[in-house]
Design a protein around this ligand. Structure first.
Ligand code: DX5
Ligand code: ZN
Length: 217
């Protein structure tokens, strides 16, 4: 099980030391990019991402909760992002073919991922599985950290993993939202490969110890 802590809940005034801690304790760094339009929240952009990229020694896992994600792929690649997921809903709303966008992400040297909210049928991502390196199953509605894990997400992970296995694809499943040390083992048992955690990590007195607890160490 890989851990991708979300810095959305981190202390931005001490981001350098938080990134150095993540370099030691985590597998990748989850960057929740929010534009205030696709989701009713605004987080951070290329300046912060480039700074994090200078300090990080582990992959940057950008989760784009933005409209028109196709417009910014190159800039995220230049900023140092290694894994990039966009929302299926945003691609479709922009009238773009998600498969084409996934290929564009890969052509820029990033691992392509596809995310979708809890109200999107998990089957909606099936046509794109062979173009993705990972699927982000949202276990909260996109937009805010610190929300409660939606239990129905476990069955969605199981359904997705079964389809991936049936087709013999290498695609990984990333679960995003409301992950804690208490529910992590059940989420991993359902088949999630990458666990995102924001509030459970940076809301803890000792974020490094919190990551170890989520990993089950
Ligand atoms: C929500 C983000 C999640 C969230 C995770 O829109 O995509 O990555 O920040 O944070 P927690 O673990 O606090 O739910
Ligand atoms: Zn996220």
């Amino acid at each position: 099980m890989l851990i991708s802590p979300s810095i959305l809940s981190a202390d931005f005034l001490n981001l350098g030391s938080q990134v150095r801690m993540l370099n030691r304790a985590a597998d990748m760094i989850h960057l929740d990019v929010m534009d205030g339009t696709f989701v009713p929240n605004i987080s951070f952009g290329f300046g912060l991402i480039s700074s994090v990229a200078r300090e990080s020694t582990i992959p940057l896992d950008a989760h784009l909760m933005i409209v028109n994600p196709d417009k910014y792929l190159e800039r995220f690649a230049k900023a140092g992002v290694r894994m990039l997921s966009f929302h299926l809903e945003a691609a479709l709303d922009a009238g773009r073919d998600p498969a084409e966008l996934l290929r564009a992400v890969r052509a820029l040297g990033m691992k392509p991922g596809l995310a979708f909210d809890p109200d999107v049928p998990v089957e909606d991502c099936f046509p794109y599985l062979d173009e993705t390196d990972y699927i982000v199953v949202m276990s909260v509605f996109a937009g805010f950290g610190g929300q409660k894990f939606i239990p129905a997400s476990l069955d969605r992970v199981r359904t997705l993993k079964a389809e991936i296995a049936r087709r013999g694809l290498p695609c990984l499943v990333e679960i995003d939202g409301g992950v804690t040390a208490e529910n992590a083992a059940g989420i991993a048992a359902a088949g999630a490969d990458i666990l995102v955690a924001g509030n459970a990590v940076f809301g803890a007195a000792d974020p490094e110890a919190a990551i170890a607890r989520i990993k089950g160490n």
